[in-house]
Design a protein around this ligand. Structure first.
Ligand SMILES: Cc1ncc(COP(=O)(O)O)c(C=O)c1O
Length: 375
């Protein structure tokens, strides 16, 4: 027998009470009962997103909402800035091109983060830029971009530009203030810090973004944001079961208190990063996110990950050129201190079994000390 522990940055574990709720019989989506849950869920999303903006929920993975934001905001031949510092940032450029628009791509090395002055300069050099697309947390490298500074700069200098942020591994884990930071479209997916199975994308849409969408000659059918916003229970058949699960998941986060949720994620991230440094290893991220930790490995990380898997601990490899070079340990969503104890101890065993020379036990000792001080 092997007991599995899912520690990848999505999908993430789902709490038992949410799974049990989702095992209940299906309710029809055009009933009063469902419409009331749907309405309540949209309100709960607003609290977790820290926004007053309207909420669109699609049955899709997170990429569906990325595509919706591009296809609704941009018309063919429009120009937009896309910030790429990893696999998911690069996806913005690909989607923009797929819809016949022109991305001005601001690229950074993997591990680096976006700089507000670079974004300002890129827009000054390309006055046709209509929207800025970027990540909050770039999951392929574990970086957190300064979306607060960027949003405030855009508000001051380029108030007509629509700011679109992929918060797929940030919402529910990191304190991102959608309205305060001038984020017109904020996106997340169900299978990350919202502690649900994959299948929902959730998007907040500002009045400014809605006006831009209404004025744009865009191309889409299913991903019609304005139609979705105008519906009272989803424009097509919504993912009923997941909406019930989302309702419960959001209530769980709000019951814990967003501040406590962010503190828990900070503690787990800080303990993981402290372990990495005690082991003499390096982080990939120059500005790490609190939702996952990307660790450079001195040996092929594929072997390290396989070893950890033999203990039932599932962590992620690097993507693209980072494959074999890093291990990504997630701590977003339904995660607590014991998860980190397990991840760090199995990581140390994996390194030891691969012949890496290091102070064996230093990482787990550090984590234990940090958690002891927290009690
Ligand atoms: C930051 C970020 N953006 C986009 C995606 C793509 O989401 P999905 O796989 O749900 O389409 C992911 C998935 O890991 C992600 O972490």
């Amino acid at each position: 027998m092997i007991k599995r522990y899912l520690m990848t940055p999505g999908p993430t574990p789902v709490p038992e009470d949410i799974m049990l709720l989702m095992a209940k019989p299906i309710v029809h989506h055009r009933t009063k009962e469902f419409k009331s849950v749907f309405k309540d869920t949209r309100e709960l999303v607003k609290s977790v997103f820290q926004t007053k903006n309207d909420i669109a929920i699609f049955a899709s993975s997170g990429t569906g909402a990325m595509e919706a934001s591009v296809s609704n905001v941009l018309a063919e031949n429009d120009t937009a800035l896309s910030v790429a510092a990893g696999k998911f940032g690069e996806r913005w450029g690909q989607i923009i091109r797929a819809f016949g628009a022109n991305p001005v791509e601001l690229s950074y090395e993997y591990g680096d983060f976006a700089k507000v002055e670079d974004i300002q300069k890129a827009i000054e050099n390309n006055p046709k830029i209509k929207a800025v697309f970027m990540q909050a947390s770039e999951t392929s490298t574990g970086v957190f971009h300064p979306i607060d500074e960027i949003g405030l700069m855009l508000k001051e200098k380029f108030p007509e530009i629509v700011f679109v942020v992929d918060g797929i591994t940030a919402i529910g884990a990191i304190d991102v203030k959608t309205d305060l930071w001038n984020i017109d479209i904020m996106i997340t997916g169900s299978q990350k810090a919202l502690m649900l199975p994959p299948g929902l994308s959730i998007t907040s849409v500002s009045e400014k973004a809605k006006n831009m969408i209404a004025k744009t000659k865009n191309r889409y059918y299913y991903f019609d944001i304005l139609k979705e916003l105008a519906s009272d229970g989803g424009s097509y058949t919504p993912a009923v079961t997941l909406i019930y699960g989302l309702n419960m998941a959001l209530k769980k986060l709000l019951d814990e208190g967003l501040e406590n949720v962010f503190k828990r994620h900070t503690l787990l991230a800080e303990a993981t990063r402290a372990a990495v440094s005690s082991l003499g290893l390096e982080l990939l991220a120059k500005k790490p996110a609190n939702s996952l930790t990307a660790i450079k490995t001195p040996v092929d990380s594929t072997k390290v990950i396989e070893y950890m898997k033999s203990f039932g601990v599932d962590v992620s490899n690097g993507q693209g050129s980072l494959k074999g070079k890093i291990v990504r340990i997630a701590h977003l969503g339904y995660f607590d201190k014991s998860d980190i104890l397990m991840a760090v101890s199995t990581l140390e065993m994996a390194l030891k079994s691969s012949g890496v020379e290091f102070n064996f036990g230093a990482g787990i000792k550090k984590v234990m000390e940090i958690f002891l001080n927290e009690q």
